[in-house]
Design a protein around this ligand. Sequence first.
Ligand SMILES: C[S@@+](CC[C@H](N)C(=O)[O-])C[C@H]1O[C@@H](n2cnc3c(N)ncnc32)[C@H](O)[C@@H]1O
Length: 270
Amino acid sequence: MTKDTLDYTCVDAMKDPNSAFRITDMLRGLEGIIELTNQGLARLKAKTGDRVLEIGCGTGEDTRAIAKNVGSSGSIVAIDTSETMLKEAKNRSMSADSKIDFQVADVNNLEFPDRTFNCCWSQRVFQHLAEPTKALNEIARVLKPGGRVGILDTDWGTFAIDSQDKQLTQKITTCFAGLIQNGLVGRQLPRLCANSGFKNIDYFANTIISTNFEMLFDDFGMSEALAYLEHQQVCSKLELDSWKEELRKNHENNCFYFSVTMYGIVAERS
Ligand SMILES: C[S@@+](CC[C@H](N)C(=O)[O-])C[C@H]1O[C@@H](n2cnc3c(N)ncnc32)[C@H](O)[C@@H]1O
């Protein structure tokens, strides 16, 4: 079994890297993510002429929004470990408002000199990092004193799904959070940022709510998580099939919901 939908550490090695665009586009259309992104970018306050670094830009959705804020006198370096993602981001950013330099790079080993950028931005990347502190230390190094970092990420420990079998649901959502490299990072952001020397921490959140049954299983990766639980003999196929069937019936009766909370942080480098 694979954990493709749950593992963005190596998009290019996915069975179908192009599926990452479809899932990214679907997530980026969710009201909760749109609202949190707007809140985060407003708090980041990237302004005309700023030099910005974006980590894990994916298809470049936020890159283009930041480009509008920094204008033609500003610039953005948008990095990602995936060449597939960067190619798509470049194609979608032909008419951007400022100079965007898309580069293949890993946040853990940034090649920029100390004190290069006014702002740094990263959305839904830290949950996939094995060493978030190393990444934050790198970000602190390349930011100018007084520069700001903005990070948005999910806390999978807040994953809420209603089923009559509460115990099994708890087991499934807990295992799901454990399948993500850094699944509880949303709640950890203030401590991690403080430990890396950031100050004036502004912390905010938004809950994503969906009634879309297929989205949970196909796009959020629940089907892969269930296959993993069965493979690891954590749950039996019978238990998992009847859990899914109950949710399907709830969906048919218009009472299927799931939610997860995403957190944002904007903090200042000392
Ligand atoms: C879930 S996607 C989010 C994309 C984009 N930020 C968005 O919100 O639409 C995570 C992205 O981070 C990239 N990524 C994962 N690990 C990375 C690392 N160590 N350094 C830089 N980018 C990384 C992945 O290739 C992927 O494009």
